[in-house]
Design a protein around this ligand. Structure first.
Ligand code: ATP
Length: 390
């Protein structure tokens, strides 16, 4: 068993920066976990502490049940893959991959067998005698992975391994990494700032911000039930739309029309210090051209009319940007909460509502169009603390 447990792990650098604070995380044996978050959120520091490249300031780290806080990296039996491939340029692919095994003083026959096996898994057999200079970026990254897997370590730690590749290769390599991890069943912790990688690769995703974990869960759960405004804005592309929603008895007044309040939300709005305003969150994919839905669907949502700013045809669907007037989500607290969530530009100016409509939609730039959104999919956040109330 090679589970990894972080128990109240913190990292404070000598200059006083707290990069990671009180992180609790249990990674099961064989699990593929992604650490994701904006720049500076502490994901690399967390990974480096697991690797032993960074001391732990407080808390405990256990690998396979053993406390490893004070163990040197080489004694932790883990392999790291970095963004830079760090291959030896004067060595062939075979020699590069054999390197950790030579260090471990395995005999030549065993080394050859292990390298051949890893090369097969990564489809590098035909390239074994080439030098790194004669490989493409994707091939180099596969060699770097090969070098990590030959040792059969307890765990793989990967820090943005694909971020040097162009967009197309990145997509291809995503499937390579995913297949490799499934095939080998080795516990893997993978750091990325790319939410698409996070959504497609891992069994579970850990969303970090400011050195703390915001939410942990399978990708779909984070997408469906984001715990707060930050997670909601971070997961999903294009980002969720956020709008002001003024509480007015049983209704929320928004720039997209009135939204009825269900019983559960109503209870949240009782009491003297209850918020008088909420933030309404709707994902682009939960809108539809009002002319394309049947009556039953219509009853499950709200319709509004707004001027079309830009239409982007994607073939299978259309991204349509609208300008909505009135009370947009411009509050300082919302910007504060969501700024580094990578969410849309709340300050307005130009289009401020992103929707994904069917390819059959008849929207035209510069004209008003009637649009529907699904009430069953909306999120309501308390602007005071960003908590999702839905
Ligand atoms: P990125 O995606 O930009 O790599 P990250 O989420 O991996 O970011 P870390 O590299 O873990 O973030 O850094 C977390 C915080 O710790 C940042 O505020 C960073 O400036 C700080 N930090 C990192 N290394 C040091 C150091 N050696 N001394 C002081 N502060 C540091």
């Amino acid at each position: 068993m090679a589970d990894i447990v972080l128990d109240k792990v913190s990292k404070k650098f000598p200059d006083g920066t707290t990069a990671v604070s009180d992180v609790d995380l249990e990674i099961a044996d064989g699990e593929f976990v992604i650490l994701v978050g904006p720049s500076g959120c502490g994901k690399s520091t967390t990974l480096n502490m697991i690797a032993g490249l960074e001391d732990i300031s407080s808390g405990e780290l256990r690998i396979a049940g053993q406390r490893v806080n004070d163990k040197a990296p080489r004694d932790r039996d883990i392999a790291m893959v970095f963004q830079s491939y760090a291959l030896y340029p004067n060595m062939t692919v075979r020699e590069n991959m054999a390197f950790p095994l030579r260090l471990a003083k395995l005999d030549k026959q065993e080394i050859d067998a292990k390298v051949e096996e890893a090369a097969k898994v990564l489809e590098l057999t035909a390239l074994l005698d080439r030098k790194p200079a004669n490989l493409s970026g994707g091939q180099r990254q596969r060699v770097a992975m090969g070098r990590a897997i030959v040792r059969k370590p307890k765990a793989f730690l990967m820090d943005e391994p694909l971020s040097n590749l162009d967009a197309k290769l990145r997509v291809q390599m995503r499937t390579v990494v995913s297949r490799l991890q499934k095939q080998l069943g080795t516990t893997t912790v993978y750091v990325t700032h790319d939410q698409t990688e996070a959504m497609t690769l891992g069994d579970r995703v850990v969303i970090m911000r400011g050195g703390a974990i915001q939410q942990v869960g399978p990708p779909q759960e984070l997408y469906d039930n984001p715990r707060n405004l930050f997670v909601a804005g971070f997961i999903g592309s294009p980002s969720m739309n956020f709008l002001h929603a003024a509480v007015d008895d049983g209704t929320l007044r928004t720039a997209l029309g009135d939204v009825p309040i269900g019983d559960r939300i109503r209870r949240e709005l009782e009491g003297a210090d209850a918020p008088r305003e909420l933030i309404l969150g709707i994902r682009p994919e939960h809108f539809e051209d009002a002319g394309l839905i049947d009556d039953e669907t219509r009853r499950r949502g709200v319709e509004f009319t707004a001027p079309v700013d830009i239409v982007e045809s994607m073939g299978s669907d259309k991204y349509v940007y609208f300008t909505v007037e009135g009370e947009k989500a411009t509050a300082a607290e919302l910007e504060e909460l969501a700024a580094d969530a990578g969410a849309a530009d709340f300050a307005g100016g130009g289009s401020n509502l992103v929707t994904r409509l069917s390819a059959e939609s008849t929207v035209a730039e510069g004209q008003d169009h009637r649009v529907w959104f699904n009430l069953e999919k909306i999120h309501l956040f308390n602007p005071a603390d960003g908590r999702n109330l839905t």
